[in-house]
Design a protein around this ligand. Sequence first.
Ligand SMILES: [Zn+2]
Length: 455
Amino acid sequence: MLNIQKLIQKCKIEDVISRYTQLEYKNENNLKACCPFHHEKTPSFLVEIVEKYFICFGCGKKGNVINFVSEIEGISFEAAYNLLAIEHGLKVNTTHLQLLNEVNDYYKENILKSSSYLLSRKIYRDQWEHWELGYSGETFDLSNEFKLYTSELEELGLLNVKNKGTISEFYPAVLSNRITFPIFNHKTPVAFGGRTVSNDSIKYFNTKDNQFYSKMNSFYGLNHAQKSIKEKDQAIIVEGYIDVIRAHEHSYENTISSMGTSLTQIHVQKLKNLTKNVLLFFDRDLSGEEAIKRSCKFLIAYGFENIEIGLLPEGEDPDSFLLQKKKLEDAEIFPIKSLIKELYSKEEFLSIIKLSKDPFSINQDLLNLYKINIETLFKKDHQNLFNSERYVKINKYVQLSLFLDVFPDYYEFINEDEIDLLEEAKNDPVFIRLKINNFYKKIKQPNDVFNKLRK
Ligand SMILES: [Zn+2]
């Protein structure tokens, strides 16, 4: 049985939420932030410390700490409950999380079997411990060790039950003969990456998504990096596990990895709550270039301020580079501005603008390079709308939301009709665009809006 109330009482909601955002004190009992769930420039996301809930006056999302984790991690309420419960020493309603912990311990106990490989890569014991590295054992070892949990291990993506061994009664492990890199949700391992130490042609392999983990949404190293990302207000993004470990060793503790894929929209959405400045290191080859193109698309659309691309000499990765040079600053580092035209045609850049929830947040220098003016762009789009019936409603919405952006504290004075209007408008792209357009153009003085609304 879930013990929801007990967990909510035991959890410090502000500590959990601050793993994902930059929270600031509004007053003694309230913290505020720009909402992690929708795009905004002034904070309308509040955390109530005593009452233990969050609410966003912009998009309407609200709830307790379990709702928050479920929403931001894209996992079920029950999975979020279990993750938080295990972290807070409460009874959980699943064997899966204990099992992930036990498997991690089992891998860690085996690490000496792969120590020669690790030492050859100059990864030493203190790093094994810090990153909880381990060794997977051979094909049937895991199945043999956890005989009673075959189906759970399969659900977690650790055993391959379809391929039962012909001689053995055991099932092959998904990771075998590999160094294991646990991927954490805060302090709980939820998935694993593996680096082969035999001659497997697939060098790196990750366990598949499970109820606690989605690759599209996760960064390797974030558990150790989030504090530094917030402090330095920058994230360094690399491709590999060992790159992350090496970077942290050299005091780049704000380094994370998207585990061999380019950044997804969900990655970027998550990252923007921690910082809007990134430095990317991808391989200097065709697939690396593709990864840069795909990743930067979202970074631009989400209004990241400083996007920098680090290029290492061919054949080098951050790990090998740091072992020689000690400093990432010795790489060639380009602001995206200087590469943008090589990356995207004007047509492609326009499609990035369409991706954006707030085109006005897109870096002006980049827009200038393509001679794009956002205001004219949207005006042309919606010219006929300005005369329509709907416009009256839209105009009211624009004024209302501008008013709230300027005076978020006055939310409580809005009447029910107005709240309905905000609700109706919130997912309508035309409303949103016109809000953006009018925000900057139509209404110049916030006080005008204030007066109009209060008349
Ligand atoms: Zn929101």
